[in-house]
Design a protein around this ligand. Structure first.
Ligand code: FEO
Ligand code: CA
Ligand code: CA
Length: 520
């Protein structure tokens, strides 16, 4: 794509309308006071290993909230912030939802993996995952959290959450908590879809032969919660904190849940299973305004089709599973049985606001020697999101030539420029196939103008961190962005042996935080 001509790029991605405007963020950043689109130039930064959020000239950032900041008298902001979503009351006032994906016990509870596990450590860790809801307001151009606002609350691994399903799951009608909350989505009715991704790290998993697979964090020593209670999409009302687990969308390492509303009010929701050789899914609801019922499909890139994972209509599924509930709980097995395509870690998904194409990050597949990943584009037949057939193509391929590796979170701005973050694993940053890339970054691919089709790096993350959860503010002038796991390879918290000191500098403990990027 790097060498593609501008004309060919525009043909590929689809040209915008004649009146299409460049995003206000870029106007502010690159050409204050001018609307001459042809003159806009955004100068990318060089890859760097600096322990800072490094931004392209013309951009600045403000810290919004960081790990452990109090949000009210009893709750604090959780660990490893990921997905963000803004539910506006107005352009400068609203609720911010933030996912808290996983814990690093050495930071969170002082557990180093060497001695016996204690209940008090696990109890502490359970409060650091899930999600945060905070009221934020913009004052004189700067967003601030409203302390002690009545909407401020936490959802954690201790919050009891019912299953939205007509049968119990492993004998229970509710789960203890939500965890592994990676990316997500927003429904047209203003609820949040928070996705449970690497759930097996907390309570383990169940092997196909029925045996228990131990977890990384060993929470099951103290709570025998079934692994089947995790790995779902969870719908949360940010105004009340009410939550439910949507069994209808299947159980796997859900990266995201990207929503498209059909003309009759029913929804299509796209979601990837972020693991090597994981599948891509879409769910089509059967009723407007309700995600509890519908049909789940898995993508076949070999047959360009969506295959229903429907127990009643497939003899093959009837031979392997006990019921539709069993199909959804063991969704990965059902998807493989129905010959869904095994992809290179399908992560975030976004829908192009100009052409309607569905863009999917395929981060990498290291066992298959795909180190740099790519971005896949699916066009549903006739632009109909209910269609069960599609065309697909590779939009961008990572590598030295294109200047990025391991694409993860995606976000289109209102003008249809594609912004994306990279997720090179902390232990590989600056080494081997990643030696030319520096720290993880934020990139933009412009749709129009002289830079159309070029991958431009606009930000670099602190040491070992990853940018996640990009969300544009309603006016498009600012980008809310998570900075996740700076200094994740630090050895010890006791002798202050940290690999990063972001965001507070000096000799401080590294902390995940949410920032807001604006034009200067
Ligand atoms: Fe939590 Fe697949 O990133
Ligand atoms: Ca991710
Ligand atoms: Ca990732």
């Amino acid at each position: 794509m790097e060498n593609i001509t501008r004309r060919r790029f525009i043909k590929f991605i689809g040209q915008g309308s004649a009146g299409l405007a460049i995003s206000p963020l870029l106007i502010q950043a690159c050409a204050p006071g001018t609307t001459d689109l042809e003159e806009l130039e955004l100068v990318g930064i060089e890859p760097t290993l600096r322990d800072e959020v490094v931004l392209a000239d013309g951009l600045k950032y403000d810290l919004l909230i960081k790990w452990k900041d109090p949000i009210n008298d009893k709750d604090f902001f959780g660990y490893n912030n990921d997905y963000t979503a803004f539910i506006p009351f107005s352009d400068d006032d609203g609720l911010l939802w933030v996912n808290h994906e996983y814990v690093d016990p050495k930071f969170v509870s002082g557990y180093f993996g060497d001695l016996a596990r204690h209940r008090r450590q696990v109890e502490e860790e359970m409060l650091h995952v899930g999600g945060s809801i905070v009221r934020i307001k913009k004052k004189r151009g700067k967003w601030e959290v409203v302390p002690n606002d009545e909407y401020n609350r936490r959802v954690t691994a201790k919050t009891m959450i019912p299953f939205a399903w007509n049968e119990p799951i492993k004998g229970k009608t509710e789960a203890m908590g939500t965890l592994a909350n990676c990316s997500g989505g927003v429904t047209p009715w203003g609820t949040i879809l928070t996705c449970e991704e690497n759930y097996e790290n907390f309570y383990g998993d169940t092997h196909e032969n029925g045996s228990h697979i131990n977890s990384l964090y060993e929470w099951e020593i103290f709570y025998n919660n079934p692994p089947e209670h995790y790995g779902w999409v969870v719908e949360v009302n940010p105004k009340t904190g009410d939550a439910k687990k949507l069994i209808s969308m299947g159980r796997f390492a859900h990266e995201c849940a990207t929503v498209k509303e059909l003309p009759d009010g029913r929804l299509v929701v796209y979601s990837g299973d972020d693991k090597n050789d994981g599948c891509l899914y879409k769910f089509i609801s059967s009723e407007p305004g309700n995600l509890e019922k519908g049909t789940l499909y898995v993508a076949s890139l070999e047959t360009n089709s969506w295959i229903p994972l429907d127990y009643n209509s497939h003899v093959r599924l009837q031979g392997l599973f006990e019921s539709q509930t069993d199909v959804l709980v063991k969704c990965r097995q059902a998807a493989i049985a129905m010959e869904g395509s095994q992809l290179d870690r399908p992560e975030d998904i976004e829908i192009d606001p100009v052409t309607g194409g569905v863009f999917i990050s395929l981060t990498n597949n290291i066992p298959k020697e795909n180190y740099h990943g790519s971005i896949l584009k699916i066009d549903e037949t006739d632009g109909n999101y209910e269609s069960l057939t599609f065309e697909w193509d590779t939009f961008l391929t990572g590598g030295e030539e294109s200047g990025f590796a391991c694409p993860d979170n995606l976000a289109f701005d209102a003008s249809g420029n594609l912004w994306f973050t990279s997720d090179i694993s902390g232990k590989f940053i600056g080494t081997g196939p990643y030696s030319s890339f520096g720290n993880n970054g934020l990139f933009v691919v412009r749709r129009e103008g002289p830079q159309a089709g070029k991958v431009i790096q606009v930000a670099s993350a602190p040491v070992e961190a990853e940018f996640t959860g990009p969300t544009f503010t309603p006016d498009g002038k600012q980008l809310i962005l998570s900075v996740q796991h700076p200094g994740e390879r630090s050895k010890s918290i006791y002798d202050f042996d940290f690999t990063s000191h972001w965001p507070e500098g000096g000799n401080s403990v590294p902390k995940s935080a949410v920032i807001v990027i604006s034009g200067v």
